[in-house]
Write a protein that binds this ligand. Structure first.
Ligand code: HEM
Length: 363
């Protein structure tokens, strides 16, 4: 490929010359220009949920790295190291609490983003692969919650992991292997902790970064969906003339404002409700009322109500359906009023999940 020709800077302002200085040394100008152009129809409404999930991932990467500077991943030392961060390290409690709250909010915003994309049928042609990669991101985000929960090694963390891995052990055919793989043995021990720590700080961040890179690249290439009309297979003159909203600076500035507000919300939540720490884990003492985190509570409650095999198969099949959904729903309709069956069915599933979660919470 031919290199870009040198830039002619004669007669330019000091500012332009500085830009030119960098450009001459990087030749990244066209790449930056192209990345700042995303096709956003005027009618697109994202509510910034996807971007907020992205911001929260950034917060997790920064606060998680800071926490890892002190964390010791052995059953003997983990609890004390978390105690030390919380009470002795300057602002350690704040960083830990922000990590805790951002984890919960990230799951919430990924779910809101998924609901928005589903409601607007933005998973339809040509965005099927963007959706499938999105479901991967969803599962990786849930994986972060599951593996991170054990790390403080307190009673809640320990017993929630015992129960959670037990559930995974009941999956037909692969259950026994899955249990051994997750725990690194028959019980939850230091081996489980090493695994969860490795998965939490290395495997999942790499997976998320890779999937996210692909996800955003596809969003960039395809532009945002117009929720008012299906994407034509061959561009029509109306689509070509469609009014667009500039990504830079308009959309980006609004996105940054949303991030800024969220940062304030995070600091307030972390200050008012700091992350707690119970008694150190004790494998011989089962505490009363063990419950998983809220995002697993619905499934946990379902398992109490129906036979185990059914309670496990419902979420497994549900996730499978979610992944391949764009290939099952072949209708080109995007408007909610013309997709009553699909939207009604999805609303029922959502209401059932919320009802189960509330039942688990108050029960
Ligand atoms: C870590 C998780 C995720 C991040 C950070 C993320 C990020 C984003 C961003 C920034 C956009 C641009 C528009 C917007 O902000 O809404 C987007 C679009 C999109 N995302 Fe995600 N996403 C994630 C998970 C998901 C999930 C779980 C799904 C669905 C299963 C999904 C499906 C899509 C689709 C289909 C689009 C295109 C939407 C359109 O054209 O209107 N994403 N994503």
């Amino acid at each position: 490929m031919a290199a870009n020709p040198p830039v002619d800077l004669s007669g330019q302002s000091a500012e332009a010359r500085t830009g030119g200085w960098l450009e001459e040394r990087t030749r990244l100008g066209p790449v930056i220009q192209a990345s700042l152009h995303v096709r956003i129809p005027m009618t697109a409404r994202t509510y910034y949920f996807g971007g907020i999930a992205l911001f929260l991932f950034g917060i997790q990467a920064v606060t998680g790295t800071l926490l890892a500077l002190y964390y010791k991943a052995t059953p003997e030392a983990a609890y004390k190291s978390v105690q030390f961060v919380t009470s002795d390290v300057s602002f350690g409690w704040l960083i830990r609490s922000i990590h805790h709250w951002a984890a919960n909010l990230m799951i919430l915003f990924v779910v809101l983003h998924l609901i928005r994309v589903f409601a607007q049928a933005a998973y339809k042609y040509p965005r099927e692969i963007t959706w499938v990669i999105g479901t991967g991101l969803f599962m990786v985000t849930l994986g972060f919650g599951f593996t991170g929960y054990l790390l403080p090694w307190d009673q809640r963390a320990y017993w929630a992991t015992v129960v959670g891995t037990e559930i995974a052990g009941n999956v037909p055919l692969v259950g026994d292997a899955l249990l051994l793989l997750l725990r690194g043995g028959a019980d939850v021990t230091g081996d489980t902790m090493s695994r969860f720590f490795g998965i939490h700080v290395l495997v999942l961040p790499i997976a998320l970064a890779g999937l996210l890179g692909l996800h955003l690249l596809l969003v960039h290439q395809l532009g945002l969906a117009n929720p008012k009309r299906p994407e034509p297979r061959v561009p029509t003159p109306e689509v070509e003339r469609e009014p667009l909203r500039p990504f830079f600076p308009h959309y980006m500035v609004d996105e940054f404002v949303a991030w800024y507000v969220l940062l304030a919300v995070l600091v307030v939540l972390a200050s008012l409700f700091p992350a707690g720490l119970e008694e150190q884990a004790n494998a011989l003492q089962t505490p009363e009322g063990i419950k998983p985190e809220w995002y697993y509570l619905g499934v946990y409650e379902l398992l109490k109500l129906v036979p185990r095999i059914i309670g496990i198969m419902i979420p497994v099949v549900g996730i499978g359906l979610l992944v391949v959904w764009p290939f099952l729903d072949r209708s080109p309709e995007v408007l909610i009023r013309r997709r009553k069956m699909v939207v009604g069915g999805a609303t029922l599933v959502l209401v059932a999940l919320i009802a189960l979660t509330v039942r688990g919470y108050v029960g």
